[in-house]
Design a protein around this ligand. Structure first.
Ligand code: SF4
Length: 402
């Protein structure tokens, strides 16, 4: 009997039962969106660590085919193919056209075929084409003469699986003329910091996910959450597409079946769409208070905070009720919004006893609230969450005011 534990909700499914989990996985395999895949050629050459376990190679190997041989496919002219009524086979109702999913659109071997594709993309301005590439450094030599600042119906998705690829590819990606840009970190191989690119306002979405397959490398949920926080701070939509086969959460390694990797990511609720309440779906448990105090005491940084004599006099003169009302006010204005202004730097180190308590008890910004208190970033804090934080702060002040 095989069991699947929903690692984000603590629910256990039994695979031999009516397969609720499998059904869920199947429903989510396509990410819930309509899409068309157009592979004008097939086959590719590996160029970076993300290619190590490339699914094109894995699939081809399983049928005795050599994925390093690049060939034009019968689908080369797919966007122009007609149905019996004389209309186009593919229409806008078929959704986004994901282009070159079993190769790389900017692969040099395909140079002689690419202009034909641009012609078709130009003719089908009613369709939206997404092109995912690891070869953004070949972009300028591959675009058509009339590309200008980019075409409205083309989104270019630059992938960066690790820090080195992010540092090399993203500066190029930001410079070249493109109307619609997305960043993809999949397979995500380590934590990446791309916030400076997100701050430009030129990135329309970030997608990340772990690696699938028998040889998959691990993906750590901490990397996913960190990338998500960068997106939240910059107001960029974030799509957590899949966990991958080996997923680390809270230091524990989970092996996840292929058919459930997207389902698990979806159920985590960690995709983020600004101002939609998307993060309200995230389930979490507040830390037990005694445990929290012990952990904070073990932190060199947190445990060094003390109230000054001036702070103590201030508390004495105002009274604890007034201090509580100040704490409520600070929490409401500086922490509770979905994307607080200047998040990470909104709490001064001194100047009010509540500020000191915020740093000492890790209630100073949304990143610390997520890390220490499990309260997810990217959601508007409700009354219960605000009250919890105020209680933590007042508890710390009470214990340190003498
Ligand atoms: S660029 Fe993409 S398709 Fe080509 S080898 Fe790498 S992962 Fe595979």
């Amino acid at each position: 009997m095989a069991f699947f534990v929903d690692i984000f909700r603590g629910i256990c499914y039994n695979f031999t039962a009516p397969k609720q989990a499998e059904k869920l996985g199947a429903r989510l395999q396509d990410g819930g969106e309509h899409m068309t895949i157009w592979n004008p050629w097939h086959g590719c050459r590996k160029i970076s660590p993300g290619c190590k376990n490339c699914y094109v190679y894995r699939r081809d190997e399983s049928v005795g085919r050599d994925a390093s041989q690049v060939n034009k496919t019968q689908d080369y002219t797919l966007p122009l193919k007609k149905n019996r009524q004389g209309g186009y086979k593919i229409t806008a109702q078929n959704g986004t056209v994901f282009t070159c999913m079993t190769s790389d659109f900017f692969l040099d071997t395909a140079d002689e075929w690419r202009d034909g594709c641009w012609d078709m993309i130009r003719q089908r301005s009613d369709l939206e084409f997404h092109i995912i590439t690891k070869r953004i450094d070949r972009f300028l030599q591959c675009i058509p003469d009339d590309w200008g600042e980019g075409w409205d119906n083309v989104t270019i998705c630059c992938t960066c699986e690790d820090k080195e690829r992010a540092e090399y590819r993203l500066p190029i990606f930001m410079e070249v003329p493109i109307k619609h840009r997305q960043i993809i970190s999949e397979p995500m191989l380590e934590e990446i910091d791309i916030e400076k690119y997100l701050r430009t306002g030129l990135i329309e979405q970030v997608t990340c996910g772990g690696e699938s397959g028998d040889e998959a490398r691990c993906c750590d949920f901490r990397w996913v959450k960190e990338l998500r926080r960068q997106c939240i701070r910059c107001g960029v939509p974030f799509y957590f597409k899949q966990t991958g086969a080996k997923f680390i959460k809270d230091g524990r390694l989970y092996h996840i079946e292929r058919k459930l990797q997207m389902a698990q990511a979806e159920r985590s609720g960690y995709s983020y769409y600004p101002n939609t309440g998307s993060a309200d779906r995230i389930r979490y448990v507040l830390p037990e208070r005694k445990n929290l105090i012990d952990r904070l005491a073990r932190s060199d940084f947190r445990s060094k905070f003390r109230l000054t004599d001036k702070d103590k006099l201030y508390i004495e003169s105002k009274g604890m009720d007034v201090i509580r009302s100040h704490a409520q006010d600070f929490v409401k204005k500086r922490l509770a919004p979905e994307n607080p202004e200047n998040d990470g730097k909104q709490t001064p180190m001194r100047g009010h006893p509540v500020f000191v308590a915020q740093h000492a008890s890790a209630c100073c910004c949304r990143g610390c609230l997520e890390k220490w208190h499990n309260i997810p970033s990217g959601k508007v804090l409700n009354d219960a969450e605000q009250n919890y934080i105020v209680d933590v702060l007042m508890d710390w002040i009470e214990r340190h005011r003498e």
